[in-house]
Ligand binder design. Structure first.
Ligand code: PAF
Length: 284
């Protein structure tokens, strides 16, 4: 596995592969790699000649009161996991490489970055889009793999790719869950034993909403109320938002039409967790 720290070297590596007609799959991460990330690496490896994973904890996507300092950092163990999967290259730039003149020139995501998670995390999606654009420029991938858990992020990035005419296919991969339904996330490491147990309520609420919709419920406010009741049954849980939106553009629905994205953000103690389910038409 090659370790690359400099954008120029990353581009030289990718240029050579592209000139040989080989495809590059890319998995951007902030490290603290878990089964969710590893599923993206496996998928990329199955669909591309070469897989590059980046590890960069992007300061511009954290608000001033957020967990940038505490964000888990496990470089040695991350590199072990990636070489265990025979990843071809890992790109590990530092802050001055990614933001040599500071983050002044940034991507503005507008409304789509201001709703849902963006409402409580102003500037977060601008930071995500800015760093992803810079990573695309360095890695020059044919395909890039993101987890569905950060669903809004995938919609924002697809919009950026369309609007900027970038040559990058975005592939959204399924959420990997613990046996009790909790979506695997680097931030689950913040939960103590009681909170970890309580965190199963996110998926429980989503499943309840999905069941109601599959039985024909079509009033979003009714379904949201029912989901909030499930969250309310867990004393450690404090909902930030529960929404039903179009999976295409995250617009809200007056009447539920399927496919629909049920999404929520809930605080368990001091840890903010997000999750979602895309409700599809019943097969057959
Ligand atoms: O999903 C993440 O880990 C980050 O938001 C990303 C896409 C690596 C950008 O920093």
């Amino acid at each position: 596995m090659q370790t690359i720290k400099i954008i120029k070297k990353m581009r030289a590596f990718s240029n050579k592969l592209r000139s040989e007609g080989r495809t590059i799959g890319f998995v951007p991460t902030m490290g603290a790699l878990h089964e969710g990330h590893l599923s993206l690496v496996r998928r990329s490896k199955s669909e591309n000649d070469v897989t590059v994973v980046s590890i960069f904890i992007n300061p511009t996507q954290f608000g001033p009161e957020e967990d940038f300092e505490q964000y888990p950092r496990n470089m040695e163990s991350d590199l072990g996991k990636l070489s265990g999967l025979s990843t071809d290259a890992v790109f590990i730039p530092d802050d001055t490489e990614m933001y040599p003149e500071g983050p002044a020139v940034s991507v503005h995501t507008g409304h789509i970055g201001e709703i849902l998670c963006g409402a409580s995390r102003p500037g977060h999606f601008d930071g995500v889009a800015t760093v992803v654009a810079r990573l695309f420029n360095a890695v020059m991938p044919n395909r890039t793999y993101f987890g569905q858990k950060d669903y809004q992020q995938t919609v924002v990035i697809k919009k950026m790719v369309r609007e900027q005419g970038l040559d990058a296919e975005i592939i959204v991969c399924p959420i990997i869950r613990e046996p009790d339904g909790l979506a695997i996330s680097s931030r689950n490491a913040y939960l103590n034993t009681g909170e970890r147990k309580a965190a199963a309520v996110l998926h429980k609420a989503l499943k309840h909403g999905e069941d109601l919709m599959k039985k024909g419920a079509d009033d979003p406010s009714q379904v949201i109320k029912e989901m909030e009741k499930v969250i309310g049954s867990e004393p450690l849980a404090e909902p930030e938002y529960v929404e039903i939106v179009s999976p295409e553009d995250l617009s809200s629905m007056i009447k539920i039409s399927i496919p629909a994205c049920l999404c929520l953000a809930v605080k368990i103690g001091t840890t903010r967790l997000i999750d979602n389910v895309i409700v599809q038409k019943n097969a057959g």
